[in-house]
Design a protein around this ligand. Sequence first.
Ligand code: SAH
Length: 423
Amino acid sequence: MTSVILKPHKEESLLRRHPWVFSGAIARVVLDSDDPNSQPQEGDLVQVRSSVDALLGIGHWQVGSIAVRILAFGIDELPVDFWHQRILAAYKVRQALGLIRPDNNTYRLIHGEGDFLPGLIVDIYADTAVMQAHSVGMHRCRQAIEEAIIDSVPEVHNVYYKSEDTLPFKAPVEGEKVGWLITNDQSPKTKLIAPLRQRITNSDEFWSTENGLSFRIDWLRGQKTGFFIDQRENRALVERYARGKDVLNMFCYTGGFSLYALRGGAKSVDSVDVSQKAIDLVEANVAKNFPDDPRHHAYAADAFDFLSEKITNHKSQITHYDLIILDPPAFAKHRDAVKNALRGYQRINAKAIQMIRPGGILFTFSCSQAVDKEAFRLAVFSAAAQVGRNVRILHQLHQPQDHPINIYHPEGEYLKGLVLYIE
Ligand code: SAH
């Protein structure tokens, strides 16, 4: 196996169990081949050693600033049941958290570094797992991972692979980046071999349950794995505050917050998203859970236009709300975009604060990993100051338990939110 030898003292972060080796920390790469010009292939398993040849761990080789993502520390070979061990351990955590119940079969099984599997995401929707590889190493291991999921999670019979948008852009990969890895559409379970585009079943009528509410999950065409599981606990908090209120769910996507607000007894709920596809999903989800409920209206509109009251033909005729949820997409995908992102957060929050009735509540979020808690809070502070109203923080929110943060990998923290009381 190829060995990656670090520069002196560059082993310190690995000894503290941080799972990334940056390319700048590498002194040299010793190949397991006689050819002095050969290079490790992206996705190869490599051993990492210190400058004095102490074994540090084993991981997937990558091209880019993160050169190795560590899978295991202190060993030079993965045990044969490695994937089973890790995936079963993650499943047991979700069981212990009480996330697997008759009224809840939607949860994240694997959250990358947070489950000691850097580069891998697996979300569970009823009997189907949707898997995303963010590294070529994970892509190459997809079959073993699928088998471990099927063996470890008794409820799951199908594994759909969706890595078209998540694998490194230029990485040379073999095999399909999207398709079923296994389905149970024929009994007994039939293993299917990629490419499977023609076999993709229609996900239009696929439903999954979160806290007793049904959601149509469209992993084929939808964003990410089809649903934003990470807002589950924050949606439940909206339900607690919704009674008797006029609610605006801005950036609603599949309408998660809207459904919880309706169940919580909201007087009215307006859902807004720029994407018509998202609005179709919200309408389907509301119709399934609250058929013919006159309290709900959905609008395909740009957030800034809507909040600037440029759109005046609201069916509900509401110009001010008692409760607004702002859950925009990541404004900063990279560190160099942080400044603009902060301006964006300030602008959108100022608009929302202006539209809140006295005594109203704002749930405001940022899912940009590059924007930290303090910076986000400062942007919201600036928005409040700009509007000039008394604003108090009621809750500070974050990502849920099935998106755990490895304490040695603080980069895993990305979702933050504030619940504000606006006088
Ligand atoms: N709150 C959602 C997730 C939001 S994801 C949930 O709980 O599931 C962000 C959403 O913002 C996406 O659906 C995207 O279509 C929408 N969006 C992006 N830019 C927008 C804009 N300018 N105006 C309105 N919606 C926008």
